[in-house]
Design a protein around this ligand. Structure first.
Ligand code: BG6
Length: 460
């Protein structure tokens, strides 16, 4: 009996990214990114010292991988175009081998009935652009807009769903605040500039896309972490409101409403942390409103009022305004150390419905990273019942949201084939398809077979 039937034309698929799957990192004209640089400098920061060159080699195997997607009944797939592959110097000349690869890959997807969702930046800043200041530099913002326009012109006939950035807050947090991405800076004011310039870059790309009047939609992919207070006490509520401003609304509001929340601007002004703004920025941001929002959801954020007063001599950080809170009895994914809270997906959709004009959205990532999956091998196949449960529990809440009029159009699992995951490398496996890194052999997991049925039946 079908309990959860989804709307017609629901998108069922999975997501990946160029830097995590393509391989051929320095081949066929591709230039280095910040990941190649960081791995060269600090291999010990990467799990088992496995770096960006060790991927599932999508660059070489995309045709057979797309056949696997077909077997899994995908009607969509997200990946990204690597700036350092398409325009190796960051600006100027386009790499013909990259154009050929992306055209072939897109043609193969389309020929197999799989709609490409294409993202333009997945943490993979070309090294030459980082050397110019990365997102701290307005010159890089302009270079990104040119890269985006090049993509629209080259591939716009094939791609109808574009995304300017994946999780733009992550390079801010990782690279400029919490030291888990290159360039490993810890400085709130610089982080705020990076965040601000990323949204300017986003808005410029949207503006360029609309000027071309192509048939299609443009959006952004945000990792939203619903911010739950420990209690309804006003000080806990205030803590969660501020965490929400820093970690969700700092990107969600400009992306959907075209402007920053006044409360966030006021707060940063009060602590003298506002990034430098120029004339015309506000008008530009107002033009960056998206057609479609990708929502990555993995875990909630739980906070409480700070227990101790802030030392005003310490460097400014979002954590000046709240403490993290571990809810008693919470469910955990012990491998990744992330809480599992399925209802979060529903709460996000209700928030988008009620406070963001019910912007059309889709779940662009959701998934469960598990370490040591080989121990679930039975007769050559990983029996990942935990992943089936994780996905179906989230889909039930997603279904409830849709039945309450939330405009959610699809679901992508993170990820298709186990992939290289930044400094976690292959520590946690996320795929519907198991990758043997040594032989490059792919084997569909039990969850992949389950998902193929869900997609075929448009429900479960
Ligand atoms: C998302 C990213 O944040 O989470 C992906 O968009 C990433 O690129 C995924 O791989 C899983 O993260 P991790 O760190 O658990 O491997």
């Amino acid at each position: 009996m079908m309990q959860y039937r989804f709307p017609e034309n629901f998108w069922w698929g999975s997501a990946s990214s160029g830097p995590q799957s393509e391989g051929a990192t320095l081949r066929d004209g591709k230039s280095a990114t910040i990941w190649d640089k960081w791995f060269d400098e600090s291999p010990n920061r990467f799990f088992n010292q496995v770096g960006p060159q060790d991927t599932s080699t999508f660059y070489d195997h995309f045709r057979s991988d797309i056949q696997l997607m077909k077997q899994l009944n995908h009607n969509t797939f997200r990946t990204s175009i690597a700036w350092a592959r398409l325009i190796p110097n960051g600006t100027g000349e386009v790499n013909p081998l990259a154009v050929r690869f992306y055209n072939d890959m897109l043609d193969e997807l389309l020929a197999n009935g799989i709609e490409p969702f294409i993202n333009l930046f997945h943490f993979d800043m070309p090294l030459c652009m980082q050397e110019k200041g990365g997102w701290e530099s307005r010159e890089v913002v302009d270079a990104y807009a040119d890269f985006a326009e090049t993509c629209f012109r080259l591939f716009g006939g094939k791609v109808k769903f574009w995304f300017t950035f994946n999780e733009p807050i992550v390079p801010v947090e990782g690279g400029y605040l919490y030291d888990f991405h290159y360039p490993n800076v810890v400085d709130f004011r610089r982080a705020a500039t990076v965040a601000y310039h990323t949204m300017l870059a986003h808005a410029k790309a949207v503006q360029r896309y609309r000027a071309l009047q192509q048939e299609g939609q443009i959006g952004i992919v945000l990792n939203l972490t619903p911010s739950y207070p420990r209690s309804q006490h006003p000080s806990d509520l205030q803590a969660s409101k501020i965490a929400d401003l820093f970690f969700n609304r700092s990107f969600l509001d400009p992306a959907v409403k075209g402007e920053y929340p006044a409360e966030l601007v006021e707060l940063l002004k009060q602590y003298d942390q506002l990034p430098h703004c120029e004339a015309g920025d506000a008008e530009l941001l107002a033009q960056g409103k998206v057609d479609l929002l990708g929502v990555n959801y993995y875990q909630p954020r739980r906070v409480k009022a700070r227990a101790n007063a802030v030392n005003p001599a310490s460097p400014f950080m979002p954590e000046w305004f709240f403490d993290y809170y571990e809810m008693p009895g919470r469910k955990m994914n012990p491998h990744r150390g992330w809480e599992i809270y399925e209802k979060g997906i529903y709460d996000i959709l209700i928030n988008l419905r009620d406070n963001y004009g019910n912007i059309p959205s889709y779940i662009s990532e959701n998934g469960m990273g598990v370490e040591g999956e080989e121990k679930f091998l039975v007769e050559g196949q990983i029996q990942d019942d935990y992943r089936i449960k994780f996905v179906s529990d989230h889909l039930q809440w997603l279904h409830k949201g849709i039945s309450e009029n939330c405009a959610c159009k699809g679901y992508h699992l993170w990820t298709f084939i186990d992939n290289w995951s930044w400094s976690n490398a292959y520590k946690n496996r996320y795929g519907f398809v198991q990758l043997d890194l040594a032989t490059q052999k792919r084997t569909i997991k039990k969850s992949g077979e389950w998902f193929a049925d869900v997609s075929r039946n448009n429900g479960f």
